[in-house]
Design a protein around this ligand. Sequence first.
Ligand code: ATP
Length: 249
Amino acid sequence: MNGHLAYAQILSGANLVKTYGSSYALAGVDVAIAAGESVAIMGPSGSGKTTLLHCLAGIIVPDAGVVEFKSVSRMVRVNELTERDRSRLRRESFGFVFQQGLLVPELTALENVALPLMLAGYPRAEAEGWAMVWLASLGLDGFELRRIGQLSGGQAQRVAIARAQVTGAAVVFADEPTGALDSGTGEEVMSALLASTVGQGRTLVVVTHDDGVAARCSRVIRLRDGRVVEDTASQQPSFPRNLPNGPRA
Ligand SMILES: Nc1ncnc2c1ncn2[C@@H]1O[C@H](COP(=O)(O)OP(=O)(O)OP(=O)(O)O)[C@@H](O)[C@H]1O
């Protein structure tokens, strides 16, 4: 048995196909991701990385194939959900970090992080309380009342990481999260992203061109022309490396 299956599988795509016109963005991709993994999706420009991330996250629906998300309480076929239910799944179970944080510039760091909770119906005081906790955990205490334009690129990206997770995301999807940052700041942001996700038992799927980012993930999936050409999961030892005592029975 592959060592990764020692953890409960949380997300999978089976035989995913996505075409645009006559060209294949995904030409039959299989991927099964276990809870607690950090998975880097790499490959040349146009190889299908973002398309794969968007299919797994329910942002787009593949033309063929099955996407399944399993949580403690349920299993859903993401590709069979209505647009409304996919949107709800994304809000409730997933978090997103993009190259540019897509934060609201008119709002403070605190308001940006509290916003998803307020949209989910939490009273403002409670939402801001949780936002404070998240900002502090990402090393941003003292910056709560700054507007986004008054933060450095790395600080703003850490606000985006907090916002992505404040509602309790089980899986965080990141698309080039360090792409707009210099290498030192990118490393800091990647540390913050890893610590706040897999460091807490959550799952991270990250599209990247950066070998340094990929090297810090537990697994690398490499695409070319819409197909998986390498998946380091198949090269792993028979139990996950971060479980020194091996899988528990
Ligand atoms: N909405 C779209 N309409 C038409 N073609 C698209 C669309 N989205 C993606 N494609 C095409 O699908 C292929 C895969 O795109 P995708 O964005 O997944 O690649 P990528 O590996 O993430 O590339 P990059 O590293 O440049 O971001 C490309 O040929 C792209 O042009």
